[in-house]
Design a protein around this ligand. Structure first.
Ligand code: HEM
Length: 425
């Protein structure tokens, strides 16, 4: 079976640093030495899998250069089996990595999708969500109080982002649980080199999400037709989108599925990575307990140091000369954001976790340019609520077992984080 993992593994064996990163087989943190191999080789480094960079300035430049477009499955100049499996689903499915998902659309379509969806991400709606996330984290922590141990990914981190996205989409409470399952199934589509089993599961998740969202938006539209109703959800941005008909059903559902795919596991990983990093650096955690004003910067440092989205890519739409290299039209560049976040030209002692770092916020964890993460403020808010709430409630929190890394490469985080809770405050 020449699955994508096998193709990557054989390239990795022949010393291709990018392939080593993409196989994700070396265990937690094994990508960092491979990033340094690429850095030592130059700013823009050819590989059998395309060109790669871990250079902060260059990543930033390419993300802001309109001669580069986002990568769709068709663009991938990867070996045959990889191209086939990278996220090409049944034509009818709302695939978050194919147009009309805004992540892989270009202006003018992208501009239109982004402006409409951005109505759900105003500072005001994020502030409203802040109270909901605080309330929800208190409820979840209450449930853990009498317990000696907990698994914090499943029992805490997952519940916050899924609730936020469900509310953004105007979904009822009973939809949260199935959406956790479908979101977990579909999120690996954002990853590289899926095996067939994961891919089929992801398509299954999308299919269920598609069916549910079709009915959901049809219901919202039908309610909207009822004259004279005073529905409080009428002001809800996604409700309005469904009713206005400014987006086709396919555009609406694909971008809703994208929010589930992009906003869920990424944020879970930010929270999970933060828990683990702070438990591994108790003196920094103690400083945060002393001065909670340090939390926003600590979250930036968590984003920099263990970036939940490790990489993205761009395709040259015309011949481009960059960093002394000539890229032909169609060239795919791997932008290793997590490597850029450890660029010594920008960050002193980049391999040290330091929550007092003054330029931690220069990290590229959310990308930049027209596709910069639309949910960045939301994700930052969720982490700055969830992490302090957890550590305040359980002053003696500690790891019970070594945390279990997830198998995804692009989406970087833990599958399970078992902790001893200690007494509650
Ligand atoms: C785009 C990271 C949370 C929705 C992006 C991009 C990155 C990223 C790196 C840019 C990709 C590229 O340019 O190729 C993250 C991280 C998160 C997070 C690290 C959490 C810690 C969220 C949340 C949502 C979200 C909470 C929504 C609820 C999106 C969408 C895009 C995007 C829709 C595409 C934007 C566009 O193409 O204009 N994210 N994200 N993300 N993110 Fe996030």
């Amino acid at each position: 079976d020449l699955g994508p993992r096998a193709v990557l593994a054989s390239r990795a064996k022949r010393g291709d640093a990018l392939a080593q990163i993409l196989t994700g087989r070396g265990g937690w943190g094994s990508q960092y030495p491979a990033f340094e191999t690429i850095r030592a080789a130059g700013r823009l480094v050819p590989s059998r899998l395309g060109v790669a960079t871990v250079d902060h300035a260059l990543c930033r430049e390419i993300l802001r250069d309109r001669r580069f477009a986002t990568v769709t499955p068709d663009d991938l100049g990867m070996p045959g089996p990889l191209r086939g499996i990278l996220a090409r689903t049944d034509p009818g499915l709302p695939n978050p990595v194919e147009p009309p998902a805004m992540l892989v659309s270009e202006p003018p379509d992208h501009t239109r999708y982004r402006q409409l969806v951005a109505r759900s991400f105003t500072p005001r709606s994020i502030e409203t969500m802040r109270d909901r996330v605080g309330e929800l984290s208190r409820t979840l922590l209450d449930r853990l109080e009498q317990r000696p141990t907990a698994e914090l990914i499943g029992e805490y981190a997952t519940m916050l982002p899924v609730t936020v996205i469900a509310e953004l989409l105007g979904l009822p409470d009973e939809a949260h649980e199935p959406f956790i399952e479908w979101g977990e199934q579909a999120a690996p589509l954002l990853d590289v080199g899926l095996d067939w089993r994961t891919f089929r599961r992801a398509c299954g998740g999308l299919r269920s999400m598609d069916r549910y969202l079709r009915d959901h938006f049809a219901r919202l539209r039908a309610d909207g037709d009822a004259p004279g109703e005073s529905d409080p959800s009428a002001a809800h941005p996604f409700t309005r989108l469904a009713r206005d008909g400014e987006l086709t059903e396919r555009e609406l559902i694909t971008n809703a599925a994208l929010l589930v795919g992009a906003g869920f596991e990424t944020t879970v990983n930010l929270i999970g990575n933060g828990v683990v990093l702070l438990l591994q650096h108790p003196e920094q955690l103690a400083a945060l307990r002393e001065d909670p004003g340090g939390w926003p910067n600590a979250v930036e440092e968590i984003l920099r140091f263990e970036s939940p989205v490790q990489m993205t890519g761009r395709t040259a739409t015309e011949p481009v000369t960059l960093a002394d290299r000539d890229l032909p039209a169609g060239a795919v560049v791997s932008l290793l954001l997590a490597g850029a976040n450890r660029d010594p030209a920008v960050f002193d002692r980049p391999g040290e976790f330091d929550i007092t770092r003054t330029n931690a916020r220069d990290n590229l964890a959310f990308g930049t340019g027209i596709h910069a993460c639309i949910g960045a403020a939301l994700a930052r808010m969720e982490a700055t609520v969830a992490l302090p709430a957890l550590f305040e409630r359980f002053p003696d929190l500690g790891l019970a077992t070594a945390p279990d890394p997830s198998q995804n490469v692009t989406l970087h985080g833990f599958r399970r984080v078992e902790v001893r809770l200690g007494r509650a405050r």
